[in-house]
Write a protein that binds this ligand. Structure first.
Ligand code: FAD
Length: 164
C-alpha cells in the first residue's frame, strides 16, 4: 500500500519516529499496522511511550489482529452453506466489501481492497468461498514472505479437523 510511514514524506520535518514505522491518520504509530517486535527493537523513548512492550490483555498489534481475523474469516467460510441462496451470496460479498474498508490496519486494508478488485469474491458455494479466501490469504502470505498454504486442505484446517 502507498501510505504514511515515518520519515518518508518529501520536505517533511525530521521524523519523530524511526523510519519504516507505519503511522495512523493521527500521525502517531498505528498499533494495528505494526508488530510489537518492530516497536521494541527501536530505542526512541517517544516510540516506546506510544507503544510499550506487549502485556497481558493489551490492544492487538498487526500479528495478533491478523491471526484472530483469519480465524474469524476462515471460520465463516467453514460455516458458509454448501449451496447458498442468492441472499446468502450477496450477504457474504457485502460483508467482505465492508470488512476490507473497516479493517483496522489501514495499509493491510488498502492492499486487500486492491486484491478484491483484481480477484472478485467467489461465493457460489462453501467450496468456492473457502478457496477464494485461502487464495486471498496466500496473497498476503506471499507479500509477507511467509510460506503459502495448500488450499486443497483449507477445509481440514478450518472445518473438519485433520485426517488421521
Ligand atoms: P496467519 O497468516 O495469521 O495465519 C493463521 C493460520 O492460518 C496459520 O497458522 C495457518 O494454519 C492458517 N493459514 C495460513 N495461510 C492460510 C491460507 N492461505 N488459507 C487458510 N489457512 C491458512 N500483516 C502485515 O504485516 N501486513 C499486511 O499487509 C497484512 N495484511 C493483512 C490483511 C488481512 C485481510 C489480514 C486478515 C491480515 C493481514 N496481515 C498483514 C496479518 C498477517 O496476514 C498475519 O495474520 C500475521 O502476520 C500473523 O501471521 P501468522 O504467521 O501467525 O499466521
Amino acid at each position: 500500500a502507498d501510505g504514511a510511514t515515518a520519515g518518508t514524506a518529501a520536505g517533511a520535518p525530521p521524523p519523530k519516529y524511526p523510519k519504516g514505522v507505519i503511522l495512523g491518520k493521527d500521525g502517531k504509530p498505528c498499533r494495528a499496522c505494526n508488530s510489537f517486535a518492530s516497536f521494541t527493537t527501536q530505542s526512541k523513548s517517544a516510540l516506546k511511550a506510544a507503544a510499550p512492550a506487549p502485556a497481558k490483555d493489551c490492544p492487538p498489534d498487526v500479528e495478533v489482529l491478523g491471526r484472530s481475523t483469519w480465524t474469524l474469516l476462515h471460520s465463516i467460510a467453514a460455516t458458509y452453506p454448501p449451496t447458498p441462496t442468492p441472499k446468502e451470496q450477496s450477504d457474504i460479498k457485502s460483508f467482505m466489501r465492508l470488512f476490507s474498508k473497516l479493517y483496522p490496519c489501514w495499509v493491510c486494508a488498502e492492499d486487500f481492497q486492491a486484491y478484491m478488485q483484481k480477484r472478485e469474491v467467489k461465493a457460489g458455494s462453501r467450496d468456492e468461498f473457502g478457496n477464494w479466501l485461502c487464495e486471498a490469504h496466500n496473497e498476503v502470505n506471499r507479500k509477507l514472505g511467509k510460506p503459502t498454504f495448500d488450499c486443497r486442505k483449507w477445509e481440514e484446517r478450518w472445518r473438519t479437523g485433520w485426517k488421521d
